[in-house]
Design a protein around this ligand. Structure first.
Ligand SMILES: Nc1ncnc2c1ncn2[C@@H]1O[C@H](COP(=O)(O)OP(=O)(O)OP(=O)(O)O)[C@@H](O)[C@H]1O
Length: 223
């Protein structure tokens, strides 16, 4: 398993106690493309924030590549996250005054395991793979919405993560660009054995993934 959650429970305490995630247990296998679906408020984003190690306020255990990450320090988690998890949001969060290339290079510079030349080479490679190599020197503010999301995917892949997570990664895109993103994800799974876990409201998208994990009222009702 690339990712495994065991008995995850979470409460929000304000305005009153609310048991938002109830005994969540499931795993994502190497090379699996899974989606999470469920009504608004069922706890999908809350769960994804825990799985991506950004939220540590829960009980239960979370394993990434068989390593227990629950209980690790803020600094350790930040490093594990940068190295092992790629994250794509509904909004691209690119730095608009930076070039496309600089945006993609940022997480690798932060990790500081490779020379600048290697990082630049890798960033060009990711951009070419996503058919946006010609945009490398363009300012991030000067490209289309669909292109921005592809740059965000390239950035999420720069450290060769074990798993790519997405929170509504096609939520802001038209059907043509959503299809593009789906095909990119599918290709990453098939050609590189990447594992993917994507929260989506788009049933057509979810139906074409390997597995739909269904949430209701903070519980997984099907997986
Ligand atoms: N910081 C918070 N404090 C208290 N309650 C919260 C907080 N964040 C979220 N909630 C509540 O937790 C529940 C789950 O929210 P979450 O955002 O995980 O749902 P979701 O399934 O991702 O919904 P959507 O599909 O609308 O994005 C909701 O009832 C929400 O109102």
């Amino acid at each position: 398993m690339v990712l495994e959650a065991k008995n995850i429970n979470k409460h929000f305490h304000l305005p009153k106690d609310f048991h938002v995630l109830k005994n969540i247990s499931f795993g994502v296998k190497q090379g699996e493309f899974a989606s999470i679906m469920g009504k608004s408020g069922s706890g999908k984003s809350t769960l994804l924030y825990i799985l991506s190690t950004m939220d540590t306020d829960y009980t239960g255990e979370l394993y990434l590549s068989k390593q227990l990450v629950t209980g690790k320090s803020h600094n350790e988690l930040s490093r594990i996250r940068n190295k092992s998890i790629g994250f794509v949001f509904q909004f691209h969060y690119l730095l608009s005054e930076f070039s496309v290339l600089e945006n993609v290079m940022l997480p690798a510079k932060k990790l500081a395991e490779k020379s600048l030349a290697e990082i630049e080479h890798d960033a060009h490679e990711k951009l070419s793979m996503l058919h946006i190599g010609h945009l490398a020197q363009q300012k991030a503010s000067r490209i289309s919405g669909g292109e921005k999301q592809r740059v965000a995917i390239a950035r999420a892949l720069i450290n060769d993560p074990a798993i790519l997570m997405g929170d509504e990664p096609t939520g802001n895109l038209d059907s043509h660009n959503s299809e593009n993103v789906f095909n990119i994800f599918k290709r990453l799974k098939e050609e590189q054995g990447l594992s993917l876990l994507v929260v989506t409201h788009d049933e057509d998208f979810a139906k074409r993934t390997d597995r739909i994990i269904e949430m209701e009222d903070g519980m997984i009702i099907k997986h």
